[in-house]
Write a protein that binds this ligand. Sequence first.
Ligand code: HEC
Length: 170
Amino acid sequence: MSFKTLGLGIAIMVALTVLITGKELYDTASSPKGFYISPDDRELVALGRVLYVSHCAACHGAKLEGQPNWRERRPNGRLPAPPHDASGHTWHHPDAVLFDITRNGFVPGRTAPEGYETDMPAYAGILSDEEIVAVIAYIKSTWPPDVRTLHDEVNHNAWQRQIKAHAATP
Ligand code: HEC
C-alpha cells in the first residue's frame, strides 16, 4: 500500500471518528496513531480562519508571524508566541501534538518539561474539539506545498513511532 493510499485511508477513518463524537476524536488525538487534520477541507479551513482571528491572532499574529524576537525568553523566563507560518516550528509537530497543545496548553511531562511556565492558554472549555481541529486545519492551509509535504512526513513518522511502541508492549 502506498503512503498516499495509507494517508487517505487514515484520513477517512479520522473523518468518521470526527463524525461520531468529540470525545472519541480526543481519544484518537491522545494516541497520535493515524490522527490527521486536513488542510484541504474548505469548510473546516473557513471556520478555522474566523476562530484563528478571534482566539489566536492577538499573540501569534494576524499573518501567523508570531511575536517579535520569539526565540528569546522574556525577563520572566517565558517565551513569546512563535509564528505558525513556515518560519516557525509549528510544522515540526504532528497534528496530534498541535491538537494537544492547543486543547490542553503545555502539559509538563507530556508536551513540556516538569515545572514549565508558559503564556500559551489551554483552549479546552473555550473551543470545542471540532473548533480546535478547524483552527489547525486553517494554520496548515497557509503553509506552502513543500512545508505541507514535510509536515505529512512528520505525521507519518509519529504514526510509525506509535505503531512500534504498541508492538513493543508485551
Ligand atoms: C496569550 C497569548 C497566546 C494566545 C492567545 C495563543 N497562544 Fe499559542 N502560544 C503562545 C506562546 C507564548 C507559545 C509558546 C510557549 C512556549 O513555548 O513556552 C505558544 C505556542 C503555541 C503552539 C506550539 C508551537 C510550537 O511550535 O511549539 C501552538 C500549536 C499554539 N500556540 C497554538 C495556538 C492556537 C491554535 C491558538 C488559538 C486558538 C493560540 N495558540 C493562542 C501564546 C498564545
